[in-house]
Design a protein around this ligand. Sequence first.
Ligand code: SAH
Ligand code: SF4
Length: 295
Amino acid sequence: MSDLPLDLRKLLEDRARQYTTEHLESLKDGKGTVKLRLKCSDGFVVETVILEDKTGRRTACLSSQAGCAMGCAFCKTGTLGLSRQLETHEIVEQFLHARKQDETIGNIVFMGMGEPLVNFENLMKAVRILHEPSGCGLGYKRITVSTCGLSEGIERLALETPSVRLALSLITADQGKRESLIPAARTNTLPRLKKSLLAFQKEKESRITLEYVLLKGINDGRDEVRKLLEFIRGLDCLINIIPWNPVKGLPFERPESVRTEEFVRALRSEGISVTRRMTRGVSINSACGQLGGIQ
Ligand code: SAH
Ligand code: SF4
């Protein structure tokens, strides 16, 4: 701010802080994934990940909460419980810290720690700042909010907010199995979720991503493909298959790659758009569902 008078600059330097979070360290896996550990002013450590896809596109994966109260059985963050909501500035600062490391980051996914729709107000304020030309200048379509499936939150997102993209951690299209893996599925049943997805689709006219974490012997069978096809009827969606990333102490296994390929092929043969998420950052515990290591 060299255009400000010197005494004002001095005053600002003494009295004002640009960041409330402190960048503790960056862990790199050597293949393009970087995990940033940021300390909030009250000591909580929040993790933010920079990801690179096959085409070299860089995305910041931001956290929305310190921990998470949802308790999904397959997720590391779910084992922590919720410490607190992240404030708007703490969400925005994650992006600023990430962009200091890499100026080319052009996309944001809320797939870090926490359930973004539970921290709705702060999330939306942050999204607006990230979008504003005088803020970070990112197009809304470059911002994706991922949820474990809170119907009311999805409907609010559809009706009250700008056109961000939506990702749903579907995990399985079998109601009983979904309830045993995601506690929130008991009240947010599959038919209820479908209704809110259709409402979102109608409002935003954008393709929804369904994240399907593949768990060996649990949701990787033929029958599961059939149920999934039934669930997505009428939805414009992309299915993102994510072979489970190991979390110490959790009783799941990642399916063999042939099994994963079979699952992907079975869906593609029905004309469904499917991507298989590359496994990134496992060596630095920064892959999906592995965040929340050391506090
Ligand atoms: N709370 C939101 C966003 C954070 S979780 C949600 O649940 O969608 C981000 C993604 O990581 C979700 O798609 C979730 O299903 C996935 N995930 C959680 N644990 C995982 C694990 N151990 N391996 C692979 N993906 C996992
Ligand atoms: Fe929370 Fe998402 Fe992990 Fe579930 S999958 S515990 S909602 S972070």
